[in-house]
Design a protein around this ligand. Structure first.
Ligand SMILES: Nc1ncnc2c1ncn2[C@@H]1O[C@H](COP(=O)(O)OP(=O)(O)OP(=O)(O)O)[C@@H](O)[C@H]1O
Ligand SMILES: [Mg+2]
Length: 565
């Protein structure tokens, strides 16, 4: 039985494909399996492939560039079920070996949804049900030595299998937890050897398109519209493949964001989205094998934090400093990167970051401005003044670009940083400024902190130069690394001209108010802890008499709080 017969057979898939709205998928499936097309079907085939002649043999590789809700996942599941139940792969398997039909999706939820389609079909079709030997959350093992297994897009987990089919869903949106900037290309290259020993093994990749890069774009560029090419590329809008999606739904998306809707529902690669920084520029900035730099006394460090509540995104910290190079221009040097992945307790991470900051004699930190007010409060408890950045993340990236292009930054050899930098996208604005952000489904926590630290450090250093030219500052010793008593560095040295400057936000130790607030909160925390345990601290209660004659309620309720003791 071929796949078209199976789709039409009431004992097989007909119950799922009764509606006429599935007709376009019948054409794709017929083409993929080298089955004859009617005249009308050939017209649709031409429209979706840019080719004039249809294949007469089954194909081993096809790419579906199809709009959202077009039916990609369901059809992949149907093909998986067909290949598992109607093909005998045993002649190609060594004793004890199983043939794997691998379904790869961008994340676990997506992968599970395809597996549910497969599982539903196997169980609802009486002819298939007895084939099921065993089913777990990630695999369905059949009695004919075929295993249908779901995977997330991971370079490591997809190696080492004997593969009879790979069905890759939403390839344009894969972001692996590994360190690759191109997980789609690498994963697909890695699984191809696993298919080499199996005649008739099939690679099928489906996705709505995104930017003009990655495996989907490569396949489209190389194979779309080429008659007799063994790799088929099928490009179709959502409603071409699934007319059941109402036009009004598409219209609403077009009205909201036309550039995005053209990609998502009309299957057009985006022309307004480009790679922001080239791999070569990033590689040139990375100092190989430099993973972290220790603090050097007398050097002034700058830090940037990308906060997170601990449930979905990482929380990150980067520390950088500025050096003068031989030509007299300023270079930012990244010293340290920390990323804590969720889940985590924000309090514990703030504590860890605060102690790192203090180890580099940093008492004021800049942070992502969308972090809300909690980071300021939590850092304050540890004596660190957290200030939201004055710029958007996108503006920080736009400032970072000329710095990297002109080789004015040294980056650590940090795989996630490199990956996230390479994945940043520039979205062209019709008018006004372009915006830079991570790809859909991607992350930028690490690069956000690093870019923030570099840009803040360079801006602060350039303000230094201006202030030196101002005689009025002479003799005003403020926050001088190595030259003041404000505790910025451990060695006391004579101030340099650059150190004789007005205070700069980024570098100032916590303001007296912030320090007072930090002390007050630390003492209140102690008090709460002791009170809860019914204990009294040895050496007296720090919250009593700490105010030095000032109303002690300050230490409990703060300027706005109520005295609760
Ligand atoms: N041609 C069609 N006719 C009728 N129903 C369809 C058709 N295509 C898809 N559907 C239904 O639409 C829903 C979405 O299908 P599916 O998940 O396969 O789409 P998708 O292209 O993978 O969507 P997404 O882009 O959101 O991942 C399913 O309930 C499916 O049965
Ligand atoms: Mg889908």
């Amino acid at each position: 039985m071929n796949i078209v017969q199976a789709l039409n057979d009431p004992k097989v898939f007909a119950r799922f494909f009764k509606a006429e709205s599935w007709n376009a998928w019948r054409v794709f499936l017929a083409a993929l399996f080298g089955l004859p097309l009617t005249y009308d079907q050939l017209q649709l085939y031409k429209q979706c492939t840019g080719r004039n002649t249809a294949p007469t043999q089954p194909l081993n590789e096809a790419w579906l560039v199809v709009g959202r809700r077009g039916g990609k996942s369901f059809v992949l599941a149907t093909i998986a079920t067909f290949l598992a139940c109607f093909r005998d792969w045993r002649p190609y398997l060594a004793p004890g070996e199983v043939g794997t039909i691998m379904i790869i999706a961008q994340d676990r939820a997506q992968a599970r949804s395809i597996k549910r389609y497969v599982s539903g079909m196997l169980r609802e079709v009486p002819m298939f049900a007895p084939l099921i030997e065993d089913e777990t959350a990630i695999a369905i093992r059949l009695r004919n030595r075929v295993v249908i297994e779901i995977h997330t897009a991971s370079f490591r987990s997809t190696r080492g299998y004997t593969i009879v089919a790979v069905l890759a869903d939403e390839v344009a949106y894969w972001e692996s937890d590994e360190t690759s900037a191109e997980p789609d290309v690498e994963i697909i290259n890695a699984i191809k050897p696993g298919m080499a020993t199996i005649p008739g093994a099939v690679l099928l990749c489906a996705s709505s398109p995104h930017a003009r890069r990655g495996a989907l774009w490569d396949a489209y560029r190389k194979h779309f519209g080429k008659d007799d090419d063994p790799v088929l590329v099928w490009q179709a809008a959502t409603r071409t493949m699934n007319p059941a999606v109402p036009q009004s739904y598409i219209d609403a998306h077009m009205a909201e964001d036309p550039a995005r809707a053209r990609a998502e529902y009309f299957a057009q690669f985006r022309t307004d989205v480009e790679t922001f920084i080239s791999r070569e520029v990033v590689d040139a900035a990375v100092v190989p094998d430099r993973h972290e730099l220790p603090r050097i006394g007398g050097v002034r460090y700058t830090a940037f934090v990308d906060p997170s509540g601990g449930s979905s995104d990482s929380m990150t910290l980067a520390i950088a400093h500025v050096e003068d190079d031989a030509a007299g221009s300023k270079r930012a040097v990244v010293d340290l990167i920390r990323e804590v992945k969720p889940p985590f307790s924000p309090d514990a991470v703030v504590r860890e970051f605060a102690s790192l900051l203090k180890a580099y004699a940093i008492f004021a930190v800049r942070g992502d401005r969308y972090g809300g007010t909690w980071p300021r409060e939590r850092f304050c408890v540890h004596g660190i003044d957290y200030q939201p950045a004055g710029k958007t993340t996108s503006d920080i990236y736009l400032e970072l670009l000329p710095v990297l292009n002109s080789n004015r930054a040294e980056l650590l050899d940090h795989a996630r940083l490199i990956m996230q930098l390479c994945q940043l996208e520039r979205h062209a604005a019709g008018s006004g400024k372009d915006s830079v952000r991570h790809p859909p489904g991607g992350h930028d926590d690490v690069v956000n902190a690093v870019a923030g630290a570099i840009v803040t450090a360079l801006n602060a250093a350039s303000q230094d130069v201006v202030s030196v030219a101002m005689p009025v500052v002479a003799g005003t010793l403020r926050s001088v690394p190595g030259g003041s008593s404000l505790g910025h560095a451990d060695a006391v040295v004579a101030p340099t001209p650059a150190a004789l400057r007005p205070p700069i936000d980024e570098l100032r130790p916590a303001s007296p108010d912030a320090q007072r607030e930090a002390r007050r909160q630390a003492i209140n925390n102690d008090r709460t802890a002791y009170t809860q345990q019914g204990l009294r601290p040895a050496g007296g209660e720090p919250w009593r008499g700490h105010a030095g004659g000032v109303d002690e309620s300050f230490f409990w309720g703060g300027s706005t709080g109520k005295r609760a003791w």
